[in-house]
Design a protein around this ligand. Sequence first.
Ligand code: DCS
Length: 500
Amino acid sequence: PPVSVATINPKLVWVALICDRIAGRLKVSISVLKCEYAVRGEIVTHAQNLQQELQKNPESLPFDEILYCNIGNPQSLGQQPVTYFREVLSLCDHPALLDKSETHALYSSDAIERAWQILEKIPGRATGAYSHSQGIKGLRDEIAAGIAARDGFHASGDNIFLTDGASPAVHMMMQLLISSESDGILCPIPQYPLYSASIALHGGSLVPYFLNEETGWGLDVDELKKQLEEARSKGITVRALVVINPGNPTGQVLVEENQKKIVEFCKNEGLVLLADEVYQENIYVEDKPFHSFKKIARSLGYTDDDLPLVSFQSVSKGYYGECGKRGGYMEITGFSPDVREQIYKVASVNLCSNVSGQILASLVMNPPKAGDESFESFMSERDGILSSLARRAKALEEAFNSLEGITCNKAEGAMYLFPRLHLPQKAIGAAQAVGTAPDAYYAKRLLEATGIVVVPGSGFGQVPGTWHFRCTILPQEDKIPAIVSRLKEFHEKFMDEFRD
Ligand SMILES: Cc1ncc(COP(=O)(O)O)c(CN[C@@H]2CONC2=O)c1O
């Protein structure tokens, strides 16, 4: 009888596929086979199967809904889009509305004005046309102005590449940096698996550096040096350093002094600094404001020519959470004209990113200002979402830390908690008996008992012998108490079952 992939050990599937590939029977490349993306991996597939069962027979499982806490997808869990952004987007998408008198009764005057300004930046006001391969120049200039206002240092629209979210920008940079397995990219462990997946897809080598859980997921430059030297001793040419700040899945926010050391490290070692800053607006602690690496580099006196730096931003996070609109950019500085030409060439192969995402990225980086008609309502929506995220982060952190055998660092930023499971040996043995990582075994048992979907820590990487899972802080606030009670009930039973 057909056997579901969920019950076969994924490693065996992988070996079988590789053998098929070597035998020439399978047309999928080895790099694709090596690629994994746990955020939408085996646990999520199992959850989707359970959801179908629930739809067929609502009484079939010990819960009545699946709660997807596996992915940073705020609007899928009830978060509302920002009114002003949607007003401007809808007017730009259907400019004929701007000629109708009734529009003024439906839209704020500053949204109407902003839509006119944006359309004036688009050749022929044609939002349905291909744009420049870096994105519409006028929108890139808007974004550059927003970056300059954020950092207090000059930014140029010529250095902005607008992309369909930050993901394709990361893939583009990996394509440019990696020629073979001897090219290495320093990545944090735990890391957001876009990086390990992209490095695998491009045939490169991931050079891990471990964040320190004991110091709140601190990034220690001595660890960077150690891993860099080890990679070089194996003949790997390390091309770049990835830093995710605020961190995913770990939620830490870097302090300025640490960032300065990281910039100096990249400068001294001749590394490209890939600064993933998609959670720059998700900061929940007063004493750790966000500083972009662009700002840090300029404050150290490094100019455009001193340090190759790529800064990634997205419209998927923050208080806007517009994941499905696919907007974002990379700001590239410190590259020679020849290299910039190659970056442009790669971008031009994809023609351009979607224009709605481009418009949204310009709104995110240049939102309403004091005095604008929409400013008060915009700030009320923004602050309401961010303060609620902070409360949810704290509630879940406290819940995890109240459970036997779980410790959880604070989520200082981003959208996730990454609690550590101190599992009894019996539980580890039970997982090994079914050929599953202990944290994946826990996550599957949690899902089957409560409907809560989390991602096993093994999907992000972790210090060997430690086990974690990642849970988003995104379920709406009124659902958090039910999640906490379901989680507590499951966990207490699990520990009773496996206590040594
Ligand atoms: C650190 C980081 N960088 C880049 C991205 C890509 O974002 P976009 O392509 O949407 O701009 C994500 C998405 N976060 C994933 C998606 O949801 N949960 C996650 O961990 C991310 O967490």
